[in-house]
Design a protein around this ligand. Sequence first.
Ligand SMILES: [Zn+2]
Length: 429
Amino acid sequence: MNETLPTQDLNIVHAAALVPVSDTGTARSGAAQNDLEIIADGALAIRQGKIVAVGTTAEVLADWSDPAVTTLEATGKTVLPGLVESHSHPLYGGSRHREYAERLGGATMAEVVARGGGIWTSVQTTRATSDAELLTGVEEALARMTKGGVTTVEVKSGYGLTIEHELHHLELLNAAAQNTPLRTVITFLGAHVVPRDLEVPDGVTPTDYYTDLVAGPMLDAVLAQGIADFQDVTVEAGDFTPQQALRVMKRSHQVGLPIRVHADCNNPSQGWQTAVAGGATSAEHLTYTPDQEITDTGPTDTVAVLLPVAELIYMTDKRANARLLINTEVPLAIATDYCSSIHATSLLSTMTMAAPWYQITPAEAIVACTLNAAYSLGRATECGSLDVGKAGDVLILNADHPEEIFMGLADEMLEKTIIGGAIAWETNS
Ligand SMILES: [Zn+2]
């Protein structure tokens, strides 16, 4: 986030429904994920970018009425915490629309990959794309995200896959983060896939060789650079095994970089149990995680980040079992997976789509895109709910009840995205 932007004072009053998603100190799971407090005639006071009061309009104005402060009338509106995007890959070159069109025409993913498609294509094109073009792509994506209600975003590297390229891409992500009002969390994803152009000594498999490179010299260089907030590793048949991923995770913990995991996106690969066993902050995708593995692993603080648009675009024959995860007391988050093959930037639309997709309630979906997503990024002390002391990151929607947002195309209902008390995007802006 650009620290030089002014932080603002703002009052929001007379909301038909203000939904604080109050933070009680942990991510929500089980019945708590379905518990949505609604304040009728709600109000909020923000001073110097932070929330100083939440309650009914009468309660808030009793202490914070001030004619010098901008006041937004929210009569007939729903007020939500700003959404927290917890899984995106906005730095990439090229376009994979052809490959998607081929898949829509009946080609399998294996056929597309055999013809040279998939993540490796993006690695090659990203390496060959100019810095200016990459940076413009990231900045345009971040701007579009604010139109979809996002106020905090996690951005991953992972289309470089050499020390030099990964460091450079992290630098570009950091440069983009300085030039946006969004709060940003930067993740190093060296262990995305194994690069195909790796020169491997005799007697060692490419995956083992690359695992040691990522967990050793690449991680050391990323730490010395000091930009990354997380390290991410893929646990997937054909990419990294649970044992290889645990090697990366162990080293990452030793040096103090918390872990996220790409888990079970294409196959049941023991990704969920590996993420939990390795102490990951989050595990993401979980499309093919077997029910038995969720039940056996049991309740955990590791946040399950589900990516419904990825399941839609990849035309998977399975969906993550959101209901079982919630019932097993696993905190659930939802993200877009914006990347070289998925161009969804609206977390608001993704949130509303996730409800029927997974058959979860509006309350569960809202918690998933706010408080739980903030916990999945280690940023819950700062954002994810409308609580006193947190940032004034707020959405104003043209709906008099939060459930109404789920009945149509949600983006059409968003009127304002507010970050730190300042309007980052508004209708017709
Ligand atoms: Zn991803």
